[in-house]
Design a protein. Sequence first.
Length: 136
Amino acid sequence: MCKVLDAIKIDLKGYSEDFYRTACGVELKPVLRSIKQVAKSRVHLEIVNLVVPTLNDSDKMLQALINWILGEVGPDVPFTSPLSSRYQLLNLLPRLLPLWKRAYNMAMNKGMHYPYVGNVPGHPGITLIVRNAKRL
C-alpha cells in the first residue's frame, strides 16, 4: 500500500498487549510492525491514539506509547489523541478534556514535535477530525 498511497493514518488503540487482546480482540505487535513499516517507507504517517477513560488512559500506558513512538519512528510523526464521544461512551464525556490535555502535555514534554488534541476548539494542540477531509 505504501507504493500507491500518499499518506496513511494508523489507529494505535493503546500500548498494552492485554488491552489489545481484551478490548480489541487482536494482538498489538502487528499494529506496531505496520507503523514501523510505513515510517520506513517515507509515506506520510499519522498515528491516532484513541484514548478511552478507564480503559487505556493510565500514565504508564501513555508514557510507554509515547516512548515507543519516539524510539521507533521519531518525533516528527503527528500524534493525535481524540475520542468520538458521541456514540457509546457519553458517560465518560466529563473526563475527556483533562485526559486529552494530559496526553498532549506528556507528548510535548517528551519531545514529540506534532502532538495534537482531537476535537477541542481553542486548545493550542487542536486538530479537528472531520469527514471527507481534503486530500493531502
